[in-house]
Ligand binder design. Sequence first.
Ligand SMILES: Nc1ncnc2c1ncn2[C@@H]1O[C@H](COP(=O)(O)OP(=O)(O)OP(=O)(O)O)[C@@H](O)[C@H]1O
Ligand SMILES: [Mg+2]
Length: 242
Amino acid sequence: MSEPVIHISDLTCTYGRAVILSGVSLTIGKGEICAIIGKSGCGKTTLLKNMLGLVDYQIGSVKLLGCEVCDREAVEKEGIFKRMGVLFQRGALLNSLPVVENAALPLEMHTKKKRSEIYAIAREKLEQVGMAHASHKLPSELSGGMLKRAALARAMALDPEVLFCDEPSAGLDPVTTRSLDLLLLKIRKETGVSIVVVTHDIASIERIADRVVMLDKGTVAFNGSTAEARSAALPALKDFFS
Ligand SMILES: Nc1ncnc2c1ncn2[C@@H]1O[C@H](COP(=O)(O)OP(=O)(O)OP(=O)(O)O)[C@@H](O)[C@H]1O
Ligand SMILES: [Mg+2]
């Protein structure tokens, strides 16, 4: 495998007394698109949050871009948060700000660039996701697919090395899902970004994923190529792909 961007070993994560993830180990290579699948509530978003160091109770090791995510000092020193982008499950755009200002936010927060330069980059990112025409609109004025595209432009604002997407196609029709997938593939081709995508969408997995990781009962039930996932004998996977 190519150089890992994420290396998780023996991760356990609990919320109160509930053990959500237990003994999870996983490595994601540079430039790889890895799909995380599993039943609703099985811990996919929790795993993503663990990769981002956004949970309080984490046992084991989670390295993102070579840095232990719970080591706040190291994360700060290595500028890890500037080197990744996140497309949240619900888009998470700021409703009071027009699209272009949403896309500019990471640049405002993490760089010292001039406003004119920041807006030029934000517009360029919106152009790349086919949203230049809607840059002045408020999130409440956008369709579901447009919201996802705007959120993707924001996630890509800092040219991240790793992009996390939590159910990017949820609520989208198949045609819009396909165009979002093609966009992710185009971005990967152009930038070499590694993508971790949580999804329930089989067509999407077939189109974009190099690898599939299935969570079940808090553990990794399957980890292999998309072709292997398709022909695996594991009942949960068979159910999923049928
Ligand atoms: N902040 C939290 N505090 C307590 N329990 C939580 C919290 N976040 C998630 N959980 C619980 O952890 C479990 C896993 O949740 P998670 O959001 O990771 O599931 P998921 O696989 O992403 O589900 P979905 O496919 O519906 O998005 C669920 O039982 C959920 O109720
Ligand atoms: Mg989720």
